[in-house]
Design a protein around this ligand. Structure first.
Ligand SMILES: Cc1cc2nc3c(=O)[nH]c(=O)nc-3n(C[C@H](O)[C@H](O)[C@H](O)COP(=O)(O)OP(=O)(O)OC[C@H]3O[C@@H](n4cnc5c(N)ncnc54)[C@H](O)[C@@H]3O)c2cc1C
Length: 346
């Protein structure tokens, strides 16, 4: 039997970030992941935005979560000698008069320090901009796949990564002071489920029901586009490398599968064409389901009767922003050095 402090089940954004957070606190960690090709984390855009949605809502706990996330990702970039965190800033273009009015009402009191209105806001050869908009310099983009790839490489080299599927109901057996995972021949002080969206409820946490939303996303080639910031006008357009960009995403609550649809592609393309003046070519089209449990808030904590079993899930559509702060909170709770906030507790 191998002995570790924490076994993490699921190596997406939640599990990977928790693994780093525990390692930074000196824990011995094992991760098991079945290696899904198109998980929510692998296709996610990784955007972090202070003001979001049609209602121009302020992102929950932005002033503390954003610096925490930035510092965390920079630390992992240094440790892995990789670049995946891009402080690009975002431009939001108004779609209608109502958005202009909401902005005008709130800009002085609520958006102070978060927005700027440079002149010109965008290059009008590239983007139609009839109603104006605003820039958010602190917006950023995590290349989630690159972050996961380099983390996985480190974990594999350290012998921490088990690339198999676990039977959640049968393979994890808790007792008063430990958890046994027989297929891995592994004994842990605690096991934490970081499984993202799954259509069948986790038998250890049956009361946590998903209220998830599928999202579709396109990868595009736009040879003439020079913009380096993220643009948003109903859909967002974010730079990748060179001529490549990503655009998305849809929000679908009925059909919760990982299949890209013609309808999703048309929706993104038509909204993009409302403001992008340049020709584009679709290179890839992907879909996945966002793990939403409570709107905008993650869920973390321990089983009421089996405290050796825990959960970190519900990162929703803001996983890149939420994961570092709340992984640290769960890691502190696991190390006995901190507590979990009541409004995110499982
Ligand atoms: C289209 C789209 C766009 C998005 N855009 C953004 C964005 O711009 N900004 C943002 O912050 N967030 C965005 N998100 C949301 C973000 O991707 C999620 O919050 C995040 O990826 C959730 O990570 P997770 O680790 O909880 O779940 P997942 O990514 O689903 O990871 C779960 C992992 O568990 C593994 N697993 C599951 N079951 C088992 C098992 N039985 N045994 C072993 N391993 C198992 C899977 O292989 C997977 O690797 C987007 C999501 C989608 C779908």
């Amino acid at each position: 039997m191998t002995h570790v402090d924490t076994l993490i089940i699921g190596g997406g954004l939640a599990g990977t970030t928790l693994a780093w957070s525990l390692m930074h606190r000196g824990q011995r960690v094992a991760i098991v992941d079945r290696g899904t090709k198109r998980s929510s984390s692998i296709i996610a855009a990784g955007l972090m935005t202070p003001i979001t949605g049609k209602r121009l809502a302020l992102s929950w706990r932005w002033p503390e979560l954003r610096p925490f996330a930035g510092h965390f990702y920079r630390t992992i970039e240094t440790a892995t000698q990789t670049t995946f965190f891009h402080e690009r800033g975002m431009v939001r273009l108004f779609r209608n008069e109502r958005e202009c009015a909401v902005f005008a009402n709130r800009v002085d009191a609520e958006f102070r320090g978060l927005v700027q209105q440079p002149e010109p806001l965008v290059n009008e050869q590239e983007f139609a901009n009839a109603l104006g908009g605003f820039a958010m310099p602190t917006a950023a983009q995590l290349d989630v796949k690159a972050y996961l790839d380099c983390s996985r490489r480190e974990f594999r080299e350290a012998g921490m990564l088990h690339e198999v599927e676990i039977d959640v109901a049968m393979d994890i057996v808790p007792s008063a002071d430990r958890v046994i995972c027989q297929p891995l021949l592994l004994e842990a002080r605690t096991a934490i489920f970081c499984l993202g969206y799954h259509p069948i409820p986790n038998p250890w946490f049956p009361s946590l029901q998903f209220n998830s939303a599928k999202g579709e996303i396109l990868t595009l080639r736009i040879p003439e586009l020079r913009e380096k910031r993220i643009l948003n006008r109903g859909v967002w357009l974010a730079p990748l490398e060179g001529e490549m960009f990503r655009a998305g995403s849809t929000y679908e609550r009925e059909q919760l599968d990982g299949e890209p649809t013609e309808r999703g592609r048309e929706e993104i393309e038509s909204r993009l064409s409302e403001f992008l003046r340049l020709p584009f070519e679709v290179i890839d089209h992907a879909a996945a389901v966002r793990p939403i449990i409570r709107e905008s808030r993650p869920v973390l904590g321990f089983h009421p009767d089996h405290p050796r079993i825990g959960i970190f899930n519900g990162l929703g559509s803001k996983g890149s922003l939420l994961a570092p702060f709340f992984a640290a909170q769960l890691a502190d709770a696991l190390c006995g050095t901190g507590q979990i906030d009541p409004d995110v507790r499982a």
